[in-house]
Design a protein around this ligand. Structure first.
Ligand code: ADP
Ligand code: MG
Length: 724
């Protein structure tokens, strides 16, 4: 079996061969995402330099990049205070200093007095007069012809020069040098869209668009071209683009969005061919459950349940996302679905992102379903091994009807006898790969008949429309759009840290009248250790500030049993104030808790704050969420907190969060590393997304070759999640 290292080496060797470059260069290109010659075509510049003109030194303007032809008059090599090279140079109109701090071998020799150079850089007016720090020395000497197009500056990595990248791209475009050995220039630039479609959507030719973006003609509006890319690491915000390049970017973004739509449509078609067990319960158990509940289902829950039930009686696997704001009662709908699987003679698996939540689900499911004779087992990594093995054996033998757990459910040892339904709670907390792993779980008897379980995902982080149309286009979506009655909206208050004493006072008052409080500790990204320290600090401080109150602490490092004990005590009202890290972020449900304090709220994501806020207000008394912020709050941080303060609609918050932070949060991309859009921006280019969606069915029906060519260009290594 090849190791990943040798697979990487193969890719390096293949690329080195195709481009006729050294393996080290190929490796660097791979780091840029360039794996084949055709990828160079889509490696667009970050910005451009106008080297089509030569300016006079006397005409240089501060901060405005320009190119000049100069003669070296004097060369000064300094080694104190730091090593640098100072060159006094001039043209007929005036003098210019060139300063270099990285003095690579040969540079000083190249800049000998008397030599003449064409340099490009950003002039500054300092103590020495006009100067350029690290200007680029032109490869062409000053007698050479000037380029007629703008010079592209490409995203690069250390050790990969712009000159090399330009040469490779130029060759890929097939304009000057011979195209690469294994591909003909025409195929790399061939248009994958039928002419009629291009005409209908007023899109330029692919080759024309690509050439325009790599080497746009010089003109007055140079800075107008910019990269319209969505990549956050590219700090370019183009001002009003010229019609010329705007059309080119439109074409590229359209193509990218179209590739995404096409591959999702393909995944959808594949799924329609897959088979799932038909779960046709008689509904007797569900009826008993509903009658035993102390409340009745909301209309929104009924509607959601009916949609799901319709899917479960089909022989195609359901792939449905149930979304709804925190506290709207998604769990109950999932319970009904699991019950349908059980009544239909199958097993169900319920996966939650944290142990706390898995335990809570197990408790809820047992409370509701054990009276009906349904056996439920919990499976988490924290359980003793013997216990886990016993549970696994019971799952495999079909003695467990519903298995509830964390990602421990994904382990190879967990082997279901007849898995009919997989439920994933808080789906956005899982990577795509984990979601797939659960639905691809071995099915025992089902598998031998080629069956796949139905998949139900729950999310309180509503997916904005544009995302639903793009990354999640393969999912059917059900929305619960109303909270159970008698829920009072949570009042949100913004407090500076300085007013902490007032917050402490209200805690004292609330707890005095028997209510309970959550206190969420500051989030410290990437350091579980510091996070823990902060939580312990807060815990100690609150114990001093609130003598006589019972204060509990939960955090991620706590032993499982201790955490459960504390949570249980809180749920039973034996703890007044629960200090917690973000482990309580998702799903935890204690109706008597009426105040949520979030310390250093400015460090949290908007959707995360909304989720935390949703932990209170579950009972019928009004609840409050206090966002405590640090004293030095930046204007943007203030603006973000204001959104949560003003807005109680999870959809709107999610939409604004998407604008602020990009789609990664919704996709769980951090865990899974799946490709995101490089050029198109979901919100800004929503019109193109609509066009791409409209074109997809037609292309698939009438131009299968074009579809194949288009996918080969844009998604050569289509990730497995698109195919599953
Ligand atoms: P979420 O959708 O955020 O997962 P939960 O499923 O945890 O919300 O439900 C929140 C609370 O509301 C739970 O205590 C649940 O028992 C309760 N609940 C669910 N449905 C109803 C209803 N129709 N009427 C009243 N309370 C309900
Ligand atoms: Mg929930």
């Amino acid at each position: 079996m090849p190791s990943s290292r040798s697979v990487g080496d193969e890719a390096v060797a293949a690329l080195a061969r195709a481009l006729a470059v050294a393996p080290t260069t190929a490796r660097r290109l791979l780091r840029l995402g360039i794996a084949r010659p055709a990828d160079l075509v889509l490696h667009f510049p970050l910005r451009y330099e106008d080297r089509t003109r030569v300016a006079r030194v006397a005409d240089l303007e501060h901060g405005r990049p320009a190119q000049v032809d100069v003669d070296v008059l004097e060369r000064i090599v300094k080694s104190h205070p730091r090593r640098q090279l100072q060159i006094r140079a001039a043209d007929q109109s005036g003098e210019l200093w060139l300063r270099f701090f990285h003095v690579y071998p040969g540079l000083a020799e190249r800049l000998a007095p008397g030599s003449r150079h064409r340099v490009y850089g950003e002039p500054r007016f300092g103590v020495l007069g006009a100067e350029m720090v690290h200007p680029r020395l032109s490869a062409a000497d000053r007698a050479g012809p000037l380029p007629t197009a703008l010079t592209p500056v490409y995203p690069s990595v250390a050790g990969l020069s712009q000159t090399l990248l330009r040469r490779l791209v130029t060759r890929a475009l097939g304009t000057r040098h011979a195209p690469f050995a294994d591909t003909r220039g025409e195929t790399m630039l061939a248009d994958t869209l039928p002419a009629a479609l291009r005409a209908q959507f007023a899109l330029p030719d692919f080759a024309e668009a690509v050439r325009c973006l790599h080497t746009p003609p010089a003109g007055p509006a140079i800075e107008a071209i910019g990269n319209g890319g969505a990549d956050m690491t590219i700090p370019t915000t183009p001002p009003t683009p010229t019609p010329h390049t705007a059309a080119a970017w439109r074409r590229i973004k359209f193509d990218e969005l179209l590739a995404q739509q096409l591959s999702l449509a393909e995944a959808h078609a594949l799924r329609a061919r897959r088979r799932a067990p038909v779960l046709a319960p008689d509904g007797a158990l569900a009826g008993r459950l509903v009658r035993a509940l102390p409340f009745s289902l909301t209309a929104a829950q009924m509607h959601a349940w009916r949609e799901i039930a319709r899917d479960l009686v089909r022989a195609q696997p359901m792939q449905r996302l149930l979304q709804g704001d925190v506290g709207c009662g998604k769990t109950l709908v999932a319970v009904l679905a699991a019950l349908a699987a059980v009544e239909g003679g199958h097993q169900a698996a319920v996966m939650a992102p944290t142990e706390l939540l898995a335990e809570q689900h197990a408790r809820k499911f047992r409370e509701w379903l054990e009276p009906l004779g349904v056996r439920i087992e919990l499976l988490t990594a924290a359980q003793p091994r013997r216990k886990r093995q016993a549970v696994c054996a019971d799952i495999a033998a079909g003695r467990v009807a519903i298995a509830i757990g964390t990602h421990a459910l994904l382990e190879a040892a967990v082997d279901f006898e007849r898995l009919g339904l997989a439920v994933i709670d808080e789906q956005h907390r899982f990577g795509v790969r984990q979601r797939l792993a659960l639905s691809g779980k071995r099915q025992g008897a089902n598998e031998s008949r080629g069956l796949q379980p139905h998949l139900l995902m729950l999310s309180a982080t509503p997916i904005p429309r544009t995302l639903a149309m793009s990354y999640f286009a393969d999912l059917d979506i059900t929305t619960i759009d109303a909270l159970p009655p008698e829920r009072k909206p949570v009042t949100t208050r913004l407090f500076s840290e300085r007013r902490r004493a007032a917050v402490i006072d209200s805690i004292r008052r609330l707890c005095g009248s028997g209510e309970q409080v959550y206190w969420v500790c500051p989030l410290i990204e990437d350091s579980e250790h510091l996070q823990l320290e902060a939580a312990l600090g807060t815990f100690e401080r609150l114990r001093v500030e609130l003598p006589g109150l019972r204060i509990g602490l939960v955090h991620g490092r706590l032993k499982n049993s201790e955490r459960t004990l504390t949570m249980h005590a809180f749920a039973q009202g034996e703890i007044d104030v629960l200090v917690a890290t973000t482990v309580i972020e998702v799903g935890v449900d204690v109706a008597n808790a009426t105040l949520m304090v979030i310390e250093h709220a400015e460090r949290f994501g908007l959707a995360q704050l909304h989720q935390l806020r949703g932990r209170v207000g579950r009972g019928s008394t009004g609840a409050t969420c206090v966002l405590l912020y640090g004293q030095a709050l930046s204007a943007t941080a203030r603006a973000r907190l204001k959104i949560v303060f003003e807005c109680s609609d999870g959809f709107e918050i999610a939409r604004r969060d998407l604008l602020l932070r990009g789609p990664g949060e919704f996709l769980g991309a951090r865990q899974s590393g799946e490709p995101l859009l490089r050029f198109a921006h979901l919100e800004d280019d929503a019109d193109l997304l609509e066009l791409a969606r409209a074109a997809t069915p037609r292309l698939r029906a009438e131009h299968p070759d074009a579809v194949a060519a288009h996918l080969a260009r844009w998604l050569p290594a289509r990730a497995e999640w698109l195919r599953a």
